[in-house]
Design a protein around this ligand. Structure first.
Ligand code: NAD
Ligand code: DAU
Length: 352
């Protein structure tokens, strides 16, 4: 790794925590600062094991605050940024779009400005890496895949805010010559995902014999990728990507929601030693999500050919491991669902 001081934003969240663990352990000579506001989705328990590493610092702070960011950049002299902090849940964006503009758009522009001010046109060995989503491309029909040149067509306030942030990142490359890279990834699953997203929500509900709310007819398709495979892709992109480029990251693993839910239900029956078919009885079709994109599917050929990355985890195995993690980590699940996490934070870290 060329950069010696790296800022990771959102490193206490789902994907960010896996990225922090991978990079802090893999690059002991590089200093990593994890900047995270610890919203409901951020949880220091996700990265407890790296807390005391010599090359790791946690800072609680808000990317919406430009002055705070500038001070942070002046203090640590970052030469690389891996930007994951975001409001990330589509349903919440439908309830409160403004929060998504503030964090995802303004927060990203604040980070770009702080980097631009610090680097002052000396961009040697510098990199601003922005993590984005396949949702910016909108929805596919029955066939076809999203490539890096697919036109943007976001439909939810979440995807609109991510699309806007992508455009700002590209504009700083084109206008100011800032070295930037963007990756757009499909749906991640795995340990430490907040139980508002489909897979952890349904695992938790099955465990407690609660209804499984399937939006619309359940015939929506997503392309699922194990979170550690995404973290590996982020490492490779940060290290080897061509400046100014975009890389699509995906699992080559399409499932309709209902097929995935059936598989999840059957695995849960086995693991909880319940009669076969009992979890499927919890399935309840509910009102559809407004603006619901029909199908996402990524063509990840470019990252495979140019950077040598491909997914390594088979979906059924990954899903089975994920269920095992949630069943084993009952305390984690109870804390994030009960609000006790804030007490944990204050006890461990005071009011920093
Ligand atoms: P997450 O919601 O689990 O985590 C987001 C993190 O950002 C949290 O730790 C939160 O505390 C932090 N954060 C939020 N607002 C902040 C602010 N104002 N200042 C500082 N920190 C703040 O999200 P995730 O699922 O880990 O996603 C991470 C990134 O990857 C996001 O940019 C998301 O758009 C992108 N992405 C996610 C997926 C997916 O399937 N989860 C797929 C593709 C891309
Ligand atoms: O595609 C990448 C995106 O994947 C990321 O950018 C987002 O941050 C991430 O949240 C995810 O977005 P989705 O909207 O696809 O994920 P979610 O888990 O919310 O929903 C997956 C599918 O399941 C979607 O078609 C909606 C459906 N669903 C979801 C929930 C929470 C249900 O049917 N019922 C539910 O209760």
């Amino acid at each position: 790794m060329k950069q010696k001081s790296i800022l990771i934003t959102g490193g206490a969240g789902f994907i960010g925590s896996h990225v922090v663990r991978l990079l802090v352990n893999k690059y002991p000579d590089t200093q990593f600062v994890n900047l995270d506001l610890l919203t409901y989705a951020g949880n220091l328990q996700n990265i407890e094991d790296v807390t005391h590493k010599h090359n790791y610092t946690f800072v609680r702070g808000d990317i919406r605050e430009a002055d705070f960011l500038q001070k942070l950049f002046n203090k640590y002299h970052f030469d690389g940024i891996i930007h994951l902090a975001a409001e990330s849940h589509v349903d919440r964006s439908i309830e409160n779009p403004s929060a998504f503009v503030e964090t995802n758009v303004i927060g990203t522009v604040n980070l770009l400005n702080a980097a631009k001010n610090l680097w002052q046109n000396d961009y040697k060995n510098k990199l601003f890496y922005h993590i984005s989503t396949d949702e910016v491309y909108g929805s596919l029909g029955k066939t076809g895949l999203f490539t890096e040149t697919t036109a943007y067509d976001p439909h939810s306030p979440y995807s609109a805010s991510k699309a806007a942030s992508d455009h700002f990142v590209r504009s700083y490359h084109d206008t100011y010559g800032m070295p930037t890279v963007i990756s757009n990834c499909s749906n991640n699953y795995g340990p430490n995902q907040f139980p508002e997203k489909l897979i952890p929500l349904f695992i938790n509900n099955i465990k407690h014999n609660k209804p499984l709310p399937v939006y619309g007819d359940g015939q929506y398709t997503r392309d699922w990728l194990y979170v550690l495979d995404h973290a590996r892709a982020i490492d490779i992109i940060f290290d080897k990507a061509k400046i100014g480029e975009t890389y699509n990251v995906g699992g080559f693993n399409e499932y309709t929601n209902i097929d995935l839910i059936h598989l999840l239900c059957d695995l849960m029956d086995e693991k909880l030693l319940r009669p076969k078919g009992s979890s499927r009885k919890l399935i309840t079709f509910v009102k559809d999500r407004p603006g619901h994109d029909k199908r996402y599917a990524i063509d990840a050929t470019k990252i495979n050919k140019e950077l040598g990355w491909k997914p390594s985890v088979n979906f059924e195995q990954g899903l089975s491991q994920t269920i095992d993690w949630y069943l084993k980590n009952e305390v984690w699940l109870n804390n994030v669902t009960s609000g006790d996490y804030q007490k944990y934070y204050n006890k461990m870290y005071g009011n920093r």
